[in-house]
Write a protein that binds this ligand. Structure first.
Ligand code: GDP
Length: 350
């Protein structure tokens, strides 16, 4: 949360919003709005989560703490795949399928590329046009800037807020090209990988590690002349998945085909998720996975705060350049250099 670099205009907008609410909107008022299911208040609370302003952070932390007892009841689904595979089209179709059954669905996003080009995978307003108008859906674009760790942290807490606002399915979308998949895997119950037929794995940029994380792998765009190829591709993925070692949680990843445009295979994905949920509830892994995730999150948070403390330490800052020079010129090893800096840090902790 702390290292997000929200832009000035956004900070100003939040401050204006807070002022318009009789000075500072209290955490209790925000929580009340969230519990009442107000997507407007929910959106504002998430904006506070993404802020770097200490006052906003204080309110946001209070809000999350108060929402915690009401959170945790959704099924959290991560969706990944390379740009163009059809993620947003799929989510539009899948989300509509769910809301048609009265299931409240929230869509959040983590987009590492938004750091670089200031774009956002959900930033484009034309994406998920129908779902975004659906009263049972809530769509939140990825923060348009900030360190990936901070964005992930804000997303984790946003999941909790969405759950306390009554959302039963939370979808976290990310681009299948790197670090963000691992972060998303650590915050969801079920991980869906969308693939294409006819493109080599290298072209799709999907690493083996990402395939190993998937609970289901679906080949999208299985329509028209592509249908048969997609079925063949799904079969080869099934064969590949069988080569991976058996999982501790006893889940055997499923494969299939879908067409996000023609709405085929969508029900199949949901049925698999329900089957997963039932199995993993019975064998205790749904709860165990969430506990492990909380533990990881705690350690990550400590790690990042320690790192900030270290880098902000006066003595470390004074000596950093010189020690770095000694390391890069080969006078001392990086190990020795880090020991010296750690000494400066621990001696000057108080
Ligand atoms: P994203 O970048 O992964 O979010 O992909 P999009 O959802 O934006 O889709 C990329 C392109 O693929 C768009 O032109 C979609 O219309 C198209 N597309 C998405 N799903 C399907 C599908 O199931 N079948 C076909 N034929 N095209 C699709």
């Amino acid at each position: 949360m702390g290292d997000l670099n929200i832009d000035k205009a956004k900070e100003k907008a939040i401050s204006a919003f807070l002022k318009s609410q009789k000075g500072v909107l209290s955490a209790n008022e925000i929580v009340e709005g969230i519990f009442a299911g107000s997507t407007k208040v929910l959106g504002q609370a998430i904006t506070l989560l993404e802020s770097t302003n200490p006052q906003h952070i204080e309110i946001a932390t209070d809000v999350v703490n108060k929402c915690l007892p009401k959170s945790g009841k959704s099924i959290r689904i991560g969706i990944t795949g390379v740009p163009g595979v059809g993620k947003s089209t799929f989510i539009e179709s899948f989300g509509s399928y769910l809301t048609d059954q009265g299931i409240k669905t929230a869509v959040l996003a983590i987009d590492p590329s938004s750091n670089v080009n200031k774009g956002s995978i959900l930033g484009d307003k034309t994406r998920m046009e129908n779902l975004s108008k659906n009263p049972l859906a809530f769509i939140r674009p990825s923060p348009s800037s900030g360190a990936l760790g901070g964005v992930a942290n804000a997303t984790r807490e946003s999941i909790l807020l969405c759950e306390s606002a009554g959302f039963e399915v939370i979808i976290v979308e990310t681009v299948g090209v790197g670090q963000s998949e691992y972060l998303v895997k650590e915050m969801v119950d079920f991980f869906l990988l969308l693939m294409l037929s006819g493109a080599g794995d290298e072209i799709q940029g999907i690493k083996r590690g990402i395939m190993e994380m998937a609970d289901a792998l679906f080949v999208n765009k299985a329509d028209g002349t592509n249908e048969l190829f997609s079925q063949k591709a799904a079969q080869s993925y099934k064969n590949v998945l069988h080569l991976f070692t058996a999982r501790e949680d006893n889940w055997i990843p499923e494969t299939g085909t879908c067409s996000a445009i023609y709405n085929t295979g969508i029900k199949n994905v949901w049925d698999i998720i329900l089957k997963f949920k039932a199995q993993q509830t019975t064998n205790g892994w749904l709860a165990k996975r969430r506990k492990n995730q909380s533990e990881t999150w705690l350690l990550e948070q400590v790690n990042s705060e320690l790192k900030n403390l270290f880098l902000q330490n006066n003595e470390v800052q004074k000596n950093m350049t010189e020690i770095t020079e000694q390391v890069v010129s080969g006078k001392i090893t990086p190990y020795a250099g880090s020991k010296i800096l750690m000494d400066f840090f621990t001696r000057n902790l108080k």
